[in-house]
Design a protein around this ligand. Structure first.
Ligand SMILES: [Zn+2]
Length: 348
């Protein structure tokens, strides 16, 4: 466990430094980093670093938010962008069922499947093909803020493009047999959710999940051979974005960081039968003109609600009420007709 949390803790120390302690903190950071890579192989640093960041920035906060929604739905509903529909159970009167716990369980399992796949590929690369590790684990550490910012911007942009291409042309492609199969899995798993709620960012069948989420997250970092410290920062940003954007809450901490917009985009993709919004941040959708606009989103959501409501007790109640009103009107019309006939007979 110490190994797992060593890198995120180190990264956290660097984030919380104050200017007066910068030099001291950097020396402390460098010493801890060198001790870490001297005592562990690059493979272990990469593996346990990834697990630690995912645990700290995705699994733990998502699990807490999920439990908050499940245990205190009447308070959670006040924060939800779609009211009761945004709760895991879909209603504050209904308890969270086994199905919703399965969703959260699969989401967390998928993360560990993706890290296991990453570990298997690295074992094969380093152990069998004798190549260097996919991420850079060296004594030199990235210190120039502009360089770190540039690398982060590049890797996030590549993730955006890759996620868009795979989501649109593989996960929602009915043209070929293989994509039709993957698409059906994505539809029956991820698109069976009524709205995003905590932990659903990583919920899908493992095949579409690995293609649509794990590959776009890891491949750009491997392609640019990011330094492990920059990779930890990148994975933290992605994990926090996934935790908050899929929480379903209307107000976001760090809303200035476009998180609210990302969250609404995710909801529209899920609730509007995948009519657009394929990329995580919306840049690729804007470029390819596949963004779901406010009007389209609103119209489709209303349409979907109406269709879904047909089986709901509210819809059935309204149907019965309308039928009774119609019956009462018919009987009133018949009575009036009879009265008119009687009067006309009397007059004759
Ligand atoms: Zn989709």
């Amino acid at each position: 466990m110490n190994r797992v949390l060593a890198l995120p803790a180190l990264f956290f120390c660097l984030l919380t430094y104050t200017p007066s302690y910068t030099t001291f903190n950097l020396i402390f950071f460098y010493m801890t980093w060198t001790t870490l890579i001297l005592s562990h192989s690059p493979f272990k640093v990469e593996l346990f670093g990834s697990i630690g960041v995912r645990l700290l920035f995705y699994v733990l906060p998502s699990a807490l938010l999920f439990l908050f929604d499940a245990l205190v739905p009447s308070a959670a509903v006040l924060l939800k962008a779609h009211g009761e529909q945004g709760l895991p159970s879909g209603s504050k009167r209904r308890r969270v069922r086994v199905q919703e716990f399965k969703v959260a369980g699969w989401a967390f399992l998928n993360i560990f499947i993706s890290i296991a796949v990453q570990a298997a590929i690295e074992t094969l690369r380093i152990g069998y093909f004798k190549t260097r590790s996919a991420l850079k684990v060296s004594f030199t550490i990235p210190l120039i803020p502009w360089n770190i910012a540039f690398h982060l911007a590049c890797v996030l942009l590549l993730r955006e493009i890759l996620a868009y291409i795979i989501h649109r042309f593989v996960l929602h492609n009915e043209k070929y047999r293989i994509t039709r199969y993957i698409s059906s899995l994505h539809q029956t798993w991820y698109h069976s959710l009524h709205t995003p709620y905590p932990s659903t960012a990583h919920y899908d069948h493992p095949i579409p999940y690995l293609l649509g989420n794990a590959v776009p997250t890891l491949l750009p970092a491997v392609f640019l051979r990011l330094h492990m410290i920059t990779y930890a920062m990148y994975l933290s940003i992605v994990s926090l974005e996934e935790t908050l954007a899929y929480s379903g809450y209307s107000a976001m901490p760090m809303d200035f960081f476009l998180l609210g917009g990302i969250a609404r985009r995710v909801e529209k993709h899920l609730m509007n039968r995948a009519a657009g919004n394929f990329s995580p941040w919306g840049i690729a959708d804007w470029f390819c003109q596949t963004t779901i606009t406010e009007e389209e989103g609103g119209a489709l959501i209303t349409e979907t609600d109406e269709e879904e409501d047909e089986s709901s007790p509210v819809f059935r109640g309204r149907e019965i009420f309308e039928a009774k009103v119609q019956e009462a009107l018919d009987s009133h019309a018949k009575k009036t007709q009879r009265k008119h006939k009687k009067r006309s007979r009397h007059l004759l």
